[in-house]
Design a protein around this ligand. Structure first.
Ligand code: ADP
Ligand code: ADP
Length: 215
């Protein structure tokens, strides 16, 4: 199955994509994770991306396109969930072409809907493991007690001012993709509020339904 998980920053895309990986065997392809890893290793892509990420802007389409397409090819074009890609109409059009060329179209786009006040709360309480990149939430998904607390850090782009910019960029550039996928009959909207497990159950059942109706 080939999926996209879509939604504003902090909606829970990464959290749910990682559950889809362990429970449905889909490999999580997160362009955000790939970019952060490149920044940590100071690769040419990482150096180019840094200024954009730090300001809460999008990294240029041409750069992210290559990262996403290489990652999909690495999975033999199947059994993946794209987390954080595409984020612009240009990226979505390239992805459609890329999948068509390989005869492996996207099966569904899960859109997590979460009100703004919940997003702001989730991002202000998000913490990550400095080495593994594993994501936690101080209240809803706290880091295990045996992890050195010095390794639990806040992402630089989760500071309130950068979050405001990321949300504005989301509204301007990314949200229109809902219509793009709706018109292709791929959009499955899921309520992203409530416990992590409750959200996963909703996702699991809409995917089962989709598989049953397309069979
Ligand atoms: P979040 O999980 O909060 O939605 P990500 O970890 O997916 O954020 O992305 C972090 C940053 O990496 C983005 O703010 C952006 O600068 C960059 N980035 C990630 N994916 C893309 C993309 N598809 N297009 C452009 N920039 C991206
Ligand atoms: P995204 O990838 O969309 O930016 P994340 O998966 O990183 O979102 O989630 C943002 C923050 O909210 C993280 O701290 C995560 O642990 C937490 N979180 C995710 N889903 C839920 C949920 N259903 N309820 C409460 N907190 C959640």
């Amino acid at each position: 199955m080939r999926l996209i998980i879509f939604g504003p920053p902090g909606a829970g895309k990464g959290t749910q994509a990682s559950l889809l990986e362990t429970r449905r065997g889909l490999v999580q392809i997160s362009t955000g994770d790939i970019i952060r890893e490149a920044m940590k290793n100071e690769t040419p892509v990482g150096k180019e991306a840094k200024a954009y990420v730090e300001k809460g802007e999008l990294v240029p389409d041409t750069v992210v396109r290559k990262l996403a397409e290489n990652a999909i090819a690495d999975e033999d074009y199947d059994d993946y969930v794209l987390d954080g890609y595409p984020r612009t109409t240009q990226q979505a059009e390239w992805l459609t072409e890329f999948c068509e060329e390989n005869d492996t179209p996207i099966d569904a786009v899960l859109s997590l809907s979460v009100p703004d006040e919940v997003i702001v709360e989730r991002l202000s309480r998000r913490r990550v493991h400095a080495e593994t990149g594993e994501t936690y939430h101080l209240d809803h998904d706290p880091p295990p007690a045996d992890i050195d607390p010095d390794l639990i850090v806040q992402r630089d782009d989760d500071q309130p001012e950068t979050v405001r910019n990321r949300l504005a960029v989301y509204r301007d550039e990314t949200e229109p993709l809902e219509e793009y996928y709706e018109s292709r009959d791929l959009l499955l909207t899921v309520n992203g509020e409530g416990d992590i497990e409750d959200v996963y159950e909703r996702i699991d059942s809409v995917l089962d339904e989709r598989v049953a109706t397309r069979a």
